[in-house]
Each structure stands twice: as structure tokens, then as C-alpha cells.
Ligand binder design. Structure first.
Ligand SMILES: [Mg+2]
Ligand SMILES: [Zn+2]
Length: 208
């Protein structure tokens, strides 16, 4: 019976800023943050190849991004849309296909009605991963969450996925306790593909 059942899909859930595109220095805060305009949007080198590699290894790709700049009145919906459209255009040109893009536009300290206060979807909530699992028949135990913040790791773990923290300096992050640490998405994709291949060969040996 088991072999007649269609296999559930594996997925990689990806944070956006600092993983797929570069963060941008915000002069008013002095911090590296999400781009505020499409002109500032720039893919990190190697991201296209890393995503293609995951896609060809059978992973569905999902974007899971907190975008609170509208709730904070720092960005308009048109600007957020323009950034999303640029991302989509660049990925499409590279033949990378995402199954879905999930954005949380809320923020607890937001100022705009309807976007301020608590919400169900802001990471570290696993809301979007659980939604994807239900809608795309994703097996979360065979899936990964990749992000550059502790909240990304907490989100992935809460959903039952494995987690990779992107740390440009390669330093471990004991407070987040991710399953793996990678310098960038290319290294994360390498880890995911290698781990998956090892696991599949173990399963084949067990089945002998
Ligand atoms: Mg990020
Ligand atoms: Zn939300």
C-alpha cells in the first residue's frame, strides 16, 4: 500500500532579506535592514544557482518574510509590491520558481490601522509553514527553514522543520541553536542536498 501513495513533498522555506537579497544600510537607524525601494533591491551573488539546485533536488520553494515597514509607515504598499515584483522578475529570469510567497505585513508596534498589534503570521510564528504544509502536502519533517535571524530558526523549529542560520561571519549562534550554520545560501543548499542524499541512501540500505 505504502508505495502506491504519492510521496509528500519536501520544501525549503526561505527568509528574504539577508538570505536572498542584500540588506541595505538605513541611515536613520544605522542598521542593515530590508530595502525600502525596488531600486535598492539586489540579489546576493550565487543565490540563483543555490535556488536552482534546491529546485532540481525536488524541493518546493517558499518565501516567508516579515515586512513591517508598511505597518510602521516607513514604506507604501506600492513600494513593497515593486520590490516583490523585482524579486519575481529576477527569479523568473533565472528559471527559479517559488510555490508561494508569504509576507506578514503586520507589526506589534505598527501605527497603521489593520496592521498594528499582534497577528498570527509574524515569524517566529510557524503559521505560513503550517499553511504551506496543508495546501501543498509538504512533509515538514523533511523540510528546512533558512534565515539570518533567531526568529527564522524559532519559526522553522516550531513547525517541525530543520533549520539553517545564515551567518556571514560563520559564527555559531547558541541562543538560536539552529541545526546547521551556513555562510550563505549556496552553503545552505549544499548542506540540504548532501543531508538529503545521505538520508535517502540510509533509507535504501534499511530497505534491503
Ligand atoms: Mg532576514
Ligand atoms: Zn502578520
Amino acid at each position: 500500500m505504502g508505495t502506491d501513495e504519492p510521496a509528500r513533498r519536501r520544501a525549503v522555506f526561505l527568509d528574504r532579506d539577508g538570505v536572498i537579497n542584500k540588506n541595505v544600510l538605513n541611515p536613520s537607524t544605522g542598521r542593515q535592514e530590508a530595502p525600502l525601494t525596488a531600486v535598492e533591491f539586489e540579489l546576493i551573488p550565487g543565490v540563483g544557482d543555490a535556488l536552482l539546485r534546491l529546485q532540481r533536488s525536488g524541493f518546493l520553494l517558499f518565501l516567508v518574510s516579515n515586512q513591517s515597514n508598511y505597518a510602521k509607515s516607513k514604506s507604501s504598499l506600492e513600494e513593497l509590491d515593486a520590490i516583490h515584483n523585482r524579486l519575481l522578475r529576477e527569479l523568473t529570469a533565472l528559471r527559479v520558481e517559488f510555490a508561494a510567497f508569504y509576507y506578514c505585513l503586520h507589526h506589534p508596534e505598527g501605527v497603521l490601522d489593520g496592521y498594528a498589534g499582534a497577528c498570527v503570521c509574524r515569524k517566529p510564528s510557524p503559521y505560513f509553514l503550517l499553511k504551506a504544509a496543508a495546501e501543498f502536502d509538504v512533509d515538514l519533517a523533511q523540510s528546512w527553514m533558512v534565515g539570518d535571524r533567531v526568529t527564522d530558526v524559532l519559526c522553522g523549529r516550531a513547525a517541525g522543520a530543520r533549520t539553517i542560520l545564515i551567518r556571514a561571519d560563520g559564527a555559531a549562534s547558541p541562543e538560536a541553536a539552529p541545526d546547521r550554520v551556513a555562510a550563505d545560501l549556496a552553503e545552505a543548499a549544499e548542506t540540504i542536498c548532501r543531508t538529503t542524499a545521505e538520508r535517502l541512501s540510509e533509507l535504501q540500505i534499511e530497505a534491503l
